[in-house]
Design a protein around this ligand. Structure first.
Ligand SMILES: [Fe+2]
Length: 573
C-alpha cells in the first residue's frame, strides 16, 4: 500500500511510503531552485511517484501536514501583536491576515489539485495536525519502541511546543504550549533584530555568531523575554519582543531601550550583535533544557525524539544530549517542516490504519539519484572533459587531491532529504588546513566569514576525536572536540572549540566512508571537511545543477559518480 505525505507551505516537500517504509522524500526547492520553496510540491510528488514506478491511482492515502480549519488562532495572534503597536502595525496586519487566510484556506483544495494534475484517483485525504506530524516524523522512524517526544518550532496551527509519549505504533499527546509562546518565533525575532532574514532561514547565522559573543544580555532575555515557571511552561513576552513586528524589522520600545537600535541594512556586524546572539542562544538553550527535563519527569522514558525547526539548533542539541537525564536521542535529518511530509504519511499508516512499525530511518538518501550514463550525458552536453574511473582508482586519487588542497564538488548516489549535505551533494576539503574556511566561505560559497564548517568522520573514530561516546549520523549536534585533536583539524573546529560532526557509516554510505578512509590512510585524519554543494541557492539536485555550479563557482574539481572533471589550470592533482 502506498501513502503519500505532503508539506505544502514553506519548505514544501513530498514523501512516499510503501507498506510503511520510505521509498522517496524530497524538498520542492531542489527542483524549483528557489530556497525554502513555498507552494504545492508538484515536482516532488512527481519524483516520488516516478521513483516508485507508480501513478497517483496507486496511492490509497494522502497525509497532509496541517489542519487548515484551525486558522483563527493565527489571526488572533496577529490582532494581539497589532495591539502592541497599533499605528506601526495596522496596514501590515490587515494585509498579513489576508495573505495567511488565502494560503491556508487554499489547503482545502489540495485533494482536487492532486487529481487535476496527476489524474483521477480514489485516495483518501487526511489532514494531520502539524505538531503531531512533526512528532510522527521523529518517533515512528526512530530505533525506539517507546520514547518521550518533544516538538518545537515557530508555530503549527496554534501549537508551538508539543510534549508526547510514543509507544509502538501510537503517539499520545501529553501537553501543548500555544501561541504566542514560541521558542521558534523568539529566535526568529532575534534573527531579524540582528539584521538577518528569518524568511531566508537565517537562524543558523545567529547560532554561528553566538560563539563569538558574551552573554551580556542573558538576564534581560531570561527575566523579560523568555520566562519559565515551575509547571513546565515558558512564556514569550511579545510586549518586549514581538515576532510579527520583527518580521517587518519593527521592534517594541522595551527592547530598543535595553539593547539599543536593531542592526540596519549594510551596518557592520559588531561585538554588540555577537553579544545579543550569544545571550539569546543561551536563553534558548536553558529554556530548552528546562523543558526537556520536565518531559523526562512527565514520562520517565529513557529515550528522547525531537523534531520541529528548533530541533535544528545543534548547539542546544549538544547540551540536551549531554546534560539531560535521557539516555538515547533521535532527531531525523529533515526535522523541520519538510520532514512533516513523512510524519503526516506515518501518522496515517500507523495511528489511523493501525499498522505495526518495522522501519528505521538510518540515512537521509531519499532524493533523486543518477546513473553514470546520465552523468556522462550531462557532461557531454556541457562540453566538459572528464575521466571515467573505477572507485579503486578514483577514491585514492581524490583523497590525494584533497590532501594537496583541492576543493571537490562531490555528487554521489541519491540526494539527501533535509537541509544538511551528508556526503551525497557535498563540497569536500582538507580539515587540516587553517585557511580553508576563509577560502570556502568567501571564495566558493560567497557567504559570511563566521559560518562554521563541519567534519564528516568515520563513525569508528567518534570517541577518539571527541573524547566521549557520541553518535550523530545527521549533523544535528554540536560537541566539544578533544583537546589533542583541536590543533590537527582547525578548519572544522569552531572558535569555541566545538564541531558539528556527521558520523559516516560503512553500511549506509559505503562509498563516502571509503573515500574518508583513503584520506585517513594518507594523512592519519579519519575525516573530511564537508559543506553543502551549493552557492547561494538550494543544494544541487541533478548533474546539470552540479555542472552549473562548477561553471559559476570557484572550486577545482567535480566528481559526478565515477566521472572526474578537473578545472583546467589546476595543479592540485
Ligand atoms: Fe513546524
Amino acid at each position: 500500500m502506498y501513502v503519500l505525505g505532503l508539506t505544502t507551505l514553506g519548505d514544501s516537500a513530498a514523501s512516499l511510503l510503501k507498506d510503511g517504509e520510505i521509498v522517496a522524500a524530497v524538498e520542492e526547492e531542489r527542483f524549483s531552485r528557489v530556497k525554502h520553496h513555498s507552494g504545492f510540491p508538484y515536482h516532488s510528488i512527481q519524483f516520488c511517484l516516478d521513483q516508485a514506478g507508480i501513478t497517483l491511482k496507486d496511492v490509497e492515502h494522502v497525509g497532509h501536514y496541517w489542519k487548515p480549519w484551525i486558522l483563527r488562532h493565527k489571526a488572533m495572534q496577529a490582532a494581539r501583536s497589532a495591539f502592541i503597536s497599533r499605528d506601526m502595525f495596522r496596514a501590515r496586519a490587515d494585509r498579513g491576515v489576508a495573505q495567511v487566510s488565502n494560503s491556508y484556506l487554499g489547503m482545502f483544495r489540495h485533494p482536487q489539485r492532486l487529481r487535476e494534475h496527476f489524474g483521477a484517483s480514489n485516495f483518501k485525504f487526511h489532514y494531520v495536525e502539524h505538531h503531531q506530524s512533526h512528532a510522527a516524523s521523529a518517533f515512528f522512524v526512530s530505533p525506539f519502541d517507546s520514547a518521550a517526544i518533544l516538538t518545537w518550532d515557530g508555530t503549527g496551527e496554534d501549537t508551538t511546543t508539543l510534549f508526547c509519549r510514543g509507544g509502538g505504533n501510537k503517539i499520545e499527546v501529553l501537553k501543548r504550549i500555544k501561541l504566542p509562546h514560541s521558542l521558534g518565533q523568539f529566535y526568529s525575532a532575534v534573527t531579524n533584530y540582528i539584521g538577518f532574514d528569518m524568511f531566508n532561514g537565517d537562524e543558523w547565522k545567529v547560532m554561528g555568531l553566538a560563539a563569538y559573543g558574551k552573554p551580556k544580555y542573558y538576564d534581560f532575555f531570561r527575566d523579560r523575554v523568555l520566562t519559565v515557571n515551575g509547571s513546565g511552561d515558558f512564556k514569550f513576552n511579545i510586549q518586549v519582543l514581538d515576532h510579527h513586528l520583527a518580521k517587518h524589522y519593527q521592534f517594541p520600545d522595551a527592547i530598543l531601550k535595553e539593547l539599543g537600535p536593531a542592526r540596519g541594512e549594510g551596518e557592520e556586524l559588531a561585538e554588540h550583535h555577537w553579544n545579543v546572539a550569544c545571550s539569546a542562544q543561551k536563553a534558548l538553550e536553558d529554556t530548552g533544557i528546562y523543558l526537556v527535563k520536565k518531559l523526562k519527569e512527565m514520562t520517565g522514558e529513557e529515550n528522547l525524539c525531537m523534531a520541529g525547526g528548533v530541533a535544528f539548533n545543534s548547539v542546544m542539541n549538544g547540551r540536551i544530549f549531554h546534560e539531560t537525564p535521557f539516555k538515547n536521542f533521535y532527531v531525523q535529518p529533515a526535522a523541520g517542516d519538510a520532514g512533516c511530509s513523512i510524519g503526516a504519511a506515518l501518522m496515517v499508516w500507523h495511528q489511523k490504519l493501525g499498522n505495526p512499525r518495522r522501519f528505521e530511518m538510518r540515512h537521509a538518501y531519499w532524493g533523486p539519484g543518477f546513473t553514470n550514463d546520465e552523468c556522462r550525458a550531462a557532461l557531454a552536453d556541457a562540453d566538459l572533459k572528464f575521466e571515467n574511473l573505477d572507485d579503486e582508482i578514483l577514491l585514492p586519487k581524490l583523497a590525494k587531491m584533497i590532501a594537496d588542497g583541492v576543493i571537490i564538488g562531490w555528487f554521489n548516489g541519491r540526494m539527501e532529504f533535509g537541509p544538511r549535505a551528508l556526503g551525497a551533494r557535498s563540497f569536500l576539503a582538507d580539515p587540516r588546513r587553517s585557511d580553508i574556511r576563509e577560502i570556502l566561505n568567501h571564495k566558493v560559497k560567497l557567504r559570511e566569514w563566521f559560518r562554521p564548517l563541519a567534519p564528516s568522520l568515520m563513525e569508528e573514530y567518534g570517541e577518539e576525536v571527541f573524547g566521549v561516546e557520541h553518535h550523530d549520523p545527521f549533523m544535528i549536534t554540536v560537541i566539544q572536540v578533544a583537546d589533542e585533536y583541536k590543533a590537527k583539524i582547525p578548519a572544522v573546529v569552531h572558535v569555541d572549540g566545538t564541531a558539528r560532526p556527521q558520523m559516516v557509516s560503512r553500511d549506509t554510505n559505503p562509498r563516502y566512508w571509503r573515500l574518508i578512509d583513503e584520506f585517513r590512510k594518507l594523512t592519519g585524519i579519519p575525516m573530511l571537511l564537508n559543506t553543502s554543494f551549493n552557492v547561494q541557492e538550494p543544494i544541487v539536485c541533478t548533474p546539470a545543477d552540479a555542472i552549473n555550479t562548477f561553471r559559476n563557482a570557484n572550486f577545482d574539481a567535480l566528481v559526478l559518480e565515477n566521472n572526474l572533471v578537473v578545472r583546467e589550470g589546476n595543479s592540485g592533482c
